[in-house]
Structures are given as structure tokens and as C-alpha cells.
Design a protein around this ligand. Structure first.
Ligand code: 5AD
Ligand code: SF4
Length: 432
């Protein structure tokens, strides 16, 4: 059967869609990008914020009309895990629901669904990490590899521990094998992903050891990783980022709030001061590092003064960029028991304030790079202007520059000639 998968949400979901594709192709199915001719249409979903979830449910209802009449429609991922059977009532014409730990069962599920038997597989707690799935047979230049899954932190606002389960790490050997295979297939950069990569643990070896092991893969040029929880980012990891050539100088370190009181209510287990100290240590240990973050405004009980502490923290740290959200209640989390008392318009105004501030900081940080040189892994001609090549600096910033399309896939040094809010403009690429 021809299977079409549409993916929403984080990098782990992108990765999981590939896991599903490899399980399905190995059992004789084919993948297609064409919704109109697919026999099976699946949506891999995200439930981290209610907007993401509402959008995905809307999309599912819409898809039914775009598919072949006899094709079956299914939902996978975090929304599937969270809502399970309830989805059958919410989405007319849904034939199967498959949760985050049940992807091995997809071949059977698809068979049942196609035979008219609705299938719901959302059992959890198996500690599944899909280590033994079939190998990839193609790779992009920049790839993602899961190193751990799940989360034990229970930040009070967050649904992830409920839909992704408890933390479990993959064995180092399996990760290194996967990276080596991807490199053989053409990858130059891997991003090691997990909800909380710094709690990676394999028989006493931690994430810093893993970075060392992955760096040993011959032919691999760059290593990135995400996401880091401030409480688990050890000095060994900072040292590894500073000393291992292949590890890029970029740390995504969600702060969530600049107020120690709000951080406590969020169950983040660090204070504002501890975060600031950690950021300083990172900047000392890794010269030129880019620090990026996630911020939530309008958490239950957040006062104006507490919000201003977030603003002042952003001014103090000067993140290279940030993902910013207003709080949304996730049913079943601890914060869902708090009164969601910050009015919607206040949440939106706070969000707009910090988005404006971050845009200004990002522009200034980028402008300060004009005149310096940046190492860029060239991905492809820019979509907006085919004369320009597109890539990322070691610090994760988008760099575009004029150059020969033949440079795609190579690492070059460019001189930064100008900067706009989100993009660096380079000149004179030289192969490195
Ligand atoms: N409301 C708003 N933002 C949230 N995030 C996680 N849960 C919520 C929520 N309930 C944000 C956090 C996290 C990012 C992935 O999503 O900032 O780091
Ligand atoms: Fe959610 Fe906190 Fe775990 Fe991140 S660390 S996935 S925010 S519970």
C-alpha cells in the first residue's frame, strides 16, 4: 500500500515519521508524497500547546475530503497518545490511532484499518526507543538522530512526560552506528535530539561521552544537539562543546521565565541567578557560542513585575534567538490545577513585547558579526533567490551568499557583509 505521512511539531516527530516510514517500507509498503493517490494517510501530531493540537485536528477533518474515498485515515504521535479513542468521536472517518510507543504495530494496524476494522494502539510505558528498526537507505546533508526519549522533569505546564513517557537513553553503540550509516549515505551534520539530551546515560557514560563517541565517526563534519535543560547541562558538556571541533557552538537552553518565583511554580528547579551563572559559564567555556531559548509568558499567577523580570533577563543575557509562547493550559498537567488568571489580551501583549525585544536583540547581535567570517555548511540555493546559496553557520544562524551551486554540500568560509533581522549575508566563499 502507498502511505502518505504528514508531520507536525518538533524534530522528534520528524524523526519518528522516518522511523514509521522505515518500519512500513520494510514490511512491503511504499511511501508517497502524493496525498491524492495514497491508500493510507497519516498525520503525526504535536500536543505541546493547544493551538498546535487544534490545528492538527482541523487538518485531519479537512484531509478526509482530499483523499481517495477508499483510503484510510490515521493519526499518530502525541495527540494520538493523549486523546486515544476519544479521537474517533472528534474526527469523522478516522480509521486508526497509534501512540508514540506503538509504531512497530503499524503494519498490522494498517492491515486492520484497510479491512474496515478500526484500530486504536496507545499502550504506553514500554520504554520503546526503536533501536532495532531497519536502517535508512537515504540521507540528507543535515540529519537528526534520537539519543534519548521521554522526560522525567514534569515541568508543571508541560504535557510531554505524559505523552512521551519516562526518560530512556539509547545505547551509545546504536547511536554511533546510526550516525555512521547516515554519513555513508551523504550526511555531513547530525543533530542529536531528545527531550532532555543532557540526561543521556548509558552504563555510567553521560552526554559528554556520547559527543566524544559520535565525533569519532569518520566523515562526519558537524554535531549539534537539542534540547538542554539548565539543571542537567554539566561542565563536562560545556567542555566538550568548547573542545571537540565537530561540536558546533550553539546551545539551546530554554529558560522559560526570568522570575525565580514563576520558575518555581513551573517546577524548573533552578533560579534566575543560577541560570545567569550557567549562561556566563557557557560563554566563558565556549567563545562565540550562540545561546537560544524558549520563553513562556502569562503563566498562571504571573504578575506584571514577574513578567518584567523576564524582560530584564532577556536584556541581560541577550539570546541569539528565542521561541516565545503564551501559556496554554494542558489538561492533566499540574499547572492545569492552577487558575489560568492572566487575561488573554495581557498574555498577547506580553508576548508581543518580548517578540519585539528579541527581534531587536537578534538584529543587534547579528549586526555585530558584520566584518567577521563564518564557517557555513552549504545546503542548497536559497528558495527566494536561486543565485544565492543558503546554509548555516556553526552557531546555527542562516547565512546566504552568492556562489556556485556546486558548493552545495561543502563547508566554506564566508565574510559577513551585512545582516538583517534573521539572516546574515555573506560574500567571497572559500572552501575550508
Ligand atoms: N504553554 C505554552 N508553552 C508551552 N511549552 C510547553 N508547554 C507549554 C504550554 N503549556 C513551550 C516551552 C517548551 C516549548 C517546547 O514549548 O517553552 O520549552
Ligand atoms: Fe516538558 Fe520540562 Fe520535560 Fe522540557 S524538560 S519536555 S518543558 S517537562
Amino acid at each position: 500500500m502507498k502511505v502518505y505521512i504528514e508531520t507536525y511539531g518538533c524534530q522528534m516527530n520528524e524523526y519518528d515519521s522516518r522511523v514509521m516510514a522505515s518500519i512500513l517500507t520494510n514490511s512491503g509498503h511504499g511511501m508517497t508524497q502524493d496525498l491524492g493517490t495514497a491508500d493510507v494517510v497519516m498525520v503525526n501530531t504535536c500536543s505541546v500547546r493547544d493551538r498546535a493540537e487544534a490545528r492538527v485536528l482541523g487538518r485531519l477533518r479537512h484531509l478526509r475530503g482530499l483523499m481517495q474515498k477508499e483510503a484510510v485515515l490515521g493519526i499518530a504521535g502525541c495527540v494520538a497518545q493523549r486523546l486515544g479513542e476519544r479521537l474517533l468521536r472528534e474526527v469523522p472517518g478516522l480509521s486508526f490511532v497509534v501512540g508514540t510507543e506503538q509504531y512497530w504495530r503499524l503494519p498490522d494496524i494498517i492491515e486492520s484499518a484497510s479491512a474496515g476494522r478500526i484500530a486504536v494502539a496507545v499502550d504506553a510505558g514500554t520504554g520503546e526507543s526503536y533501536d532495532d528498526r531497519p536502517r535508512a537507505d537515504e540521507a540528507s546533508l543535515c540529519e537528526f538522530v534520537s539519543v534519548m526519549r521521554g522526560c522525567n522533569n514534569y515541568c508543571s505546564y508541560c504535557i510531554v512526560p505524559y505523552v512521551r513517557g519516562r526518560e530512556r537513553s539509547r545505547p551509545t553503540s546504536s547511536i554511533v552506528d546510526e550516525v555512521a550509516n547516515l554519513v555513508t549515505l551523504g550526511a555531513s551534520e547530525v543533530t542529536l535530539i531528545g527531550q532532555n539530551v543532557n540526561s543521556f546515560s548509558d552504563e555510567g557514560r553521560g552526554f559528554a561521552d556520547l559527543l566524544g563517541a559520535v565525533a569519532g565517526v569518520e566523515g562526519l563534519r558537524r554535531i549539534r544537539f537539542a534540547t538542554s535543560h539548565p539543571k542537567d547541562l554539566s561542565s563536562e558538556v560545556i567542555d566538550a562543546v568548547g573542545s571537540i571541533d565537530k561540536v558546533c557552538e550553539h546551545i539551546h537552553l530554554p529558560v522559560q521565565s526570568g522570575s525565580t518565583e514563576v520558575l518555581e511554580a513551573m517546577n524548573r528547579s533552578y533560579t534566575r541567578e543560577e541560570y545567569v551563572t550557567l549562561a556566563q559559564r557557557i560563554r566563558e567555556g565556549v567563545p562565540g557560542v550562540a545561546l537560544t531559548t524558549d520563553i513562556i509568558v502569562g503563566f498562571p499567577g504571573e504578575t506584571d513585575a514577574q513578567f518584567r523580570e523576564t524582560v530584564s533577563l532577556m536584556k541581560q543575557i541577550r539570546f541569539d534567538s528565542a521561541f516565545m509562547f503564551h501559556y496554554s493550559v494542558r489538561e492533566g498537567t499540574r499547572a492545569a490545577e492552577f487558575t489560568d488568571d492572566v487575561p488573554k489580551d495581557v498574555k498577547i501583549a506580553r508576548l508581543q513585547t518580548i517578540i519585539g525585544l528579541q527581534q531587536q536583540v537578534t538584529s543587534e547581535v547579528n549586526a555585530a558579526l558584520v566584518g567577521s567570517s563564518a564557517e557555513v555548511l552549504v545546503e542548497e540555493p536559497s528558495q527566494k533567490n536561486k543565485e544565492l546559496l543558503f546554509g548555516r553557520s556553526r552557531t546555527g544562524k542562516v547565512v546566504v551568499f552568492p556562489g556556485d551551486a556546486g558548493l552545495a554540500g561543502h563547508i566554506v568560509n564566508v565574510k559577513i557583509a551585512s545582516a538583517s533581522a534573521w539572516t546574515l549575508h555573506g560574500v567571497n566563499p572559500v572552501l575550508s
